[in-house]
Design a protein around this ligand. Sequence first.
Ligand code: SAM
Ligand code: DTB
Ligand code: SF4
Length: 323
Amino acid sequence: MTHDAAAIETLFALPFSDLIYRAQTVHRRHFDPNAVQLSTLVSIKTGGCSEDCGYCSQSARHHTAVESQPLMKLDEVVTAARAAKARGATRFCMGAAWRGPKDKDLEPVSEMIRAVKALDMETCATLGLLGDGQAEQLAEAGLDYYNHNLDTSPQYYANVVHTHGYQDRLDTLRQARAAGIKLCCGGIMGMGESRRDRAQFIAELAALDPPPESVPINLLVHIPGTPLSDQPALDPIEFVRTIAVARIVLPTSYVRLSAGRQQMPDHLQALCFLAGANSIFYGERLLTTPNPGSDADRALFEKLGLKPLGPAAEAAQRAAKTA
Ligand code: SAM
Ligand code: DTB
Ligand code: SF4
């Protein structure tokens, strides 16, 4: 099915119950509706970034409370990955506050990827824009996924980021894909964009060929000291609609209910799962902000009858139940 932005906007405008019904129908055709994939994030290099992304706590241009940290040591990363696996995460995502990695950064990051892979976890990295040959090097180290977000529509983008362009992001996605790495690519809702922008953003994701395997839908976390800190909150129902539309337009992608869960009550998260979200960030921190802890998530999953995806996750859940 082709989806241009106008057709996607029509989906957004459906009566809520009709939209959720369609999203559920598509979801059940392609996935177990009660299984949720768990990814744990760690910030391997924090703060001091040259870029000016308006939402970000880690830009050197914004005066935020984040303290810069150099590249983490290999053994600290392995300890964090082991702990994530023990809690039931199947994927470990390493994030760095860079415009993009320097060639000298790639060897230490490759070592981290090899070490996490050796724990029998899926590996993901989000390191910014990739230069020629860098994706190949990451692929060779065993990188399964590269996360790089389009963030919003091409039309709204210039309101949010000025130091690198939309096309730069598309080029990086192309490089990662060409190196055989799976894509994790999504965006942030609630940055002041219109519904049309949200529709155009989803159309851009669907136009990637093939579309990203993972699609993180973040709700803006308002960070004091960033240009977007005073942005009015997005209507929660509009956020649920965005998840439902992403599910319909990207039927075989994992749609991740991403940043913003800490600020969401259980019933809003439940609506997002009902709308077709089937992945979360799992663990008490995102990159620089809090996320619900694994105990809270386990309790939520119990209430909703959701099960974490994957054998390690199921074993961790059984162990937690009998403990
Ligand atoms: N520096 C790399 C880059 O920009 O691709 C990797 C890390 S960057 C923090 C990864 C993504 O996190 C951003 O593209 C954005 O979608 C998301 N993000 C960052 N700050 C956020 C915030 N305050 N609220 C929601 N999502 C956020
Ligand atoms: C994504 O889409 N969301 C994650 C991950 N990819 C790297 C990051 C969310 C960051 C939220 C704000 C923070 O913790 O700094
Ligand atoms: Fe933040 Fe990444 Fe933008 Fe740097 S490039 S300011 S870390 S989102």
